[in-house]
Design a protein around this ligand. Structure first.
Ligand code: GLA
Length: 368
């Protein structure tokens, strides 16, 4: 067989076996939902693609979707302090264990979320039996016992942990959040949490996780914290940028600047809770306004496609420092943004629709 024939036979072989999509992307298969490849396959040379789940998602059609598209999972709620240790010394492993075994059976990595946060922390943590606030020594002892138990149990099974969540204040003129943790321990709770986690599993990658991290004022306060941790030799591997974004933010420039700024500290970056709301970011609960529509119009969807394409373009460009991109929830069928912060208002922030079918934004993300 001449070299030319070998070449053309090989080309034909590739054409039939891989289909048009045998080229580097999913482009020409984009309208074909029978394509066996999922998000994780299109991104295999970039970074793992994750999703936040609960035990309820691990069977039926949602579980099939998870297995097809994702190679990393995070427990949406089941590994938070109040779920893990609702009563002092009484740990509840059931839900977390089922997530871990689902992951192991399906060759999926697990991100642990989270070890220390001011929300979803049980109130017993901060008080004694008489209900009086405890001192720093005791609070740190409790934190260590919690981290030892949780990180120890999943040693070798959870490859990265969000060690401290959201320690920066929402008020741009302030630095650290005035949480119970901060009131009782000052900045030390952050340092200690990382030290305890590192001691409990020296191989786990340890992250500080926060939101609005691309907004210039918050970015600089997060940077200040990360730098001070690095300067003190605290065992931190990276920063989790939650990426609860919207069709309005971040801009490309804000996103790129944030990636460059944080990675300049020698830290890895993970986008840990990605979704793109169709509404501007709000944190405070409020009633639905008169005439406020929650229609997912073609215009809003178009803006969302454009934003998703932009952020994934940037992610691919910075793949050398980005080690995970995780979506917060599976599909528009149920997202934490339904009714938050406006009760009764539906949101459509993800890549799969309420029927679990890929949206236009999905095709935008795999077409490159
Ligand atoms: C924060 C937390 C997550 C989750 C979301 C809302 O971003 O880090 O665990 O609670 O809020 O679902």
């Amino acid at each position: 067989m001449s070299a030319k024939n070998i070449f053309s036979n090989y080309t034909l072989f590739l054409f039939f076996v891989l289909g048009f999509g045998g080229c580097k992307t999913g482009q020409s298969l984009s309208s074909n939902q029978t394509d066996a490849r999922g998000l994780k396959d299109f991104y295999k040379n970039y970074f793992p693609i994750g999703v936040a789940v609960g035990k309820r998602n691990l069977s039926g059609e949602e579980s099939a979707l998870i297995k097809k598209h994702f190679n990393s999972i995070t427990a949406e709620n089941d590994m938070k302090m109040e779920s893990m240790q609702p009563i002092e010394g009484k740990f509840n492993w059931r839900e977390a264990d089922s997530i871990i075994s689902f992951a192991a059976q399906n060759n999926i990595k697990v991100r642990g979320h989270n070890l220390c946060w001011h929300e979803q922390a049980p109130s017993w943590f901060f008080t004694d039996k008489a209900g009086k606030e405890i001192n720093k020594t005791l609070l740190l002892q409790r934190l260590k016992a919690h981290i030892d138990a949780v990180v120890g149990r999943y040693k070798g099974k959870i490859y990265a942990w969000d060690v401290v969540n959201e320690a920066i204040d929402d008020d741009s003129t302030k630095y650290l959040r005035n949480s119970k943790w901060y009131q009782i321990c000052g900045e030390d709770f952050i340092i200690k949490a990382f030290e305890y986690a590192h001691a409990a599993d020296p191989d786990a990658k340890l992250y500080y996780n926060d939101y609005n991290t691309e907004r210039p004022e918050k970015r600089e306060r997060v940077y200040r914290l990360l730098k001070s941790l690095k300067d003190k030799g605290v065992p931190i591997d990276g920063v989790g940028l939650q990426a609860h974004w919207s069709i309005y933010e971040p801009t490309e420039k804000e996103l790129v600047t944030a990636i460059k700024r944080y990675s300049s500290l020698g830290l890895k970056i993970q986008f840990t809770e990605l979704d793109l709301s169709i509404y501007p970011w709000e944190k405070n609960k409020r009633a639905k306004r008169a005439n406020e529509s929650d229609d997912y119009t073609a215009e809003l969807e178009g803006q969302q496609v454009a934003k998703y394409k932009m952020v994934f373009n940037v992610f691919r460009k910075y793949k050398n420092v980005i080690t995970n991109v995780t979506f917060w929830n599976i599909s528009d069928r149920r997202t934490w943004l339904d009714g938050y912060p406006v009760p009764g208002r539906k949101n459509y922030p993800l890549l799969f629709d309420t029927q679990l079918k890929p949206k236009k934004a999905y095709w935008g993300v795999i077409k490159f």
